[in-house]
Design a protein around this ligand. Structure first.
Ligand code: GTP
Ligand code: MG
Length: 285
């Protein structure tokens, strides 16, 4: 449907570079020392895709949140555990009425089983490797709502996935949380960029809309699959966001938890919407 929006060019393979250097890439400082063009693609993944889109494609929504490197550096500090700012697993619960009574702002990550929720949280916490976040190749691995405290700044909640091998009580567990949790400031709905929006994702999208809470779409696994199909999936997703949603942030965030693409920007977005980092530019959310 969106093929005519793409320019006929092959994408260069910076992912090979990323795979070889992955141990260095968790830290923004190391990324900024790369040649500028390479660094840009890690910091602002859309900038890497952009030249391959036809000029007719409106790009403005993809740059609504566009923090500076300094903003991202300030946000990154929050993801480094220290004696005065401890990042730690807090608790796991199966029911909303057992959820911890924490006042600080909270964000949660939801999405199909295997879409990469736990991996994304692990990547966000990669500068504090002692924080244990379990990931697995087997769908349906995360069975409970897992709470991680980031000092006194905010809490991140890893949710069980829906769809294949989801916990039986998924709806009873997750819906009451999404609808009633008072300190929940943003929901992050993850969609696998290598396969695009699936029927189960559409159902989740409707559920997010029903909550009337603000939410954001995160496109995961951008390192996987052919770049061309990633771009087509992205454009089709953008079309759905524009035409079928009311409380979804217009900009989808592109990430790879394997090579840290977009992780620095997402750290900054989380820090920003939880009121922990004020931006130096005019980015909005
Ligand atoms: N290539 C690639 N694989 C990824 C990425 N993120 C996650 N994966 C893989 O996807 C699989 C599932 O990852 P998880 O993070 O456990 O997925 P989840 O959404 O938490 O799954 P459930 O807990 O079952 O709901 C694992 O094999 C990960 O290594 C990514 O960015 N790129
Ligand atoms: Mg998980």
């Amino acid at each position: 449907m969106f093929c005519h929006h793409l320019r006929q060019r092959a994408l260069p393979d910076v992912w090979t570079f990323a795979r070889k250097n992955v141990h260095k890439l968790a830290s923004l400082q190391n990324v900024t020392s790369l040649p500028q063009k390479k660094a840009q693609s890690f910091l602002y993944p859309f900038s890497y895709m952009e030249p391959y889109l036809d000029r007719s494609v409106d790009r403005s929504d993809f740059r609504l949140f566009h923090p500076s490197v300094e903003d991202m550096l300030r946000a990154e500090k929050l993801f480094c555990s220290s004696l005065s700012h401890r990042i730690d697993y807090y608790t796991s619960v199966e029911r909303m009425d057992h959820a911890p009574d924490i006042k600080q702002p909270e964000v949660c990550f939801i999405g199909r089983s295997n879409v990469g929720k736990s991996s994304l949280i692990k990547a966000l916490f990669s500068l504090s490797p002692e924080v244990e976040v379990r990931v697995s190749k087997t769908p349906g691995h995360t069975k409970k709502m897992n709470f991680f405290k980031v000092g006194r700044s905010f809490t991140i909640v890893d949710m069980p996935g829906y769809g294949h091998r989801a916990p039986k009580d998924f709806v009873d567990m997750v819906e009451p949380y999404l609808f009633t949790r008072t300190n929940l400031v943003r929901m992050f709905l993850l969609v696998d960029g290598s396969v695009g929006l699936q029927t189960a994702d559409r159902i989740a999208l409707e559920m997010c809309e029903e909550t009337r809470r603000p939410y954001v779409i995160v496109v995961t696994k951008v390192d996987k699959g052919a770049p061309r199909s990633l771009l087509l999936n992205l454009l089709s997703l953008q079309n759905v966001i524009q035409n079928e949603t009311t409380s979804c942030f217009p900009q989808p965030f592109l990430v790879s938890s394997m090579n840290f693409w977009g992780i620095y920007m997402l750290r900054c977005f989380v820090a920003h919407i939880t009121g922990t980092v004020q931006l130096s530019n005019t980015a909005q959310s």
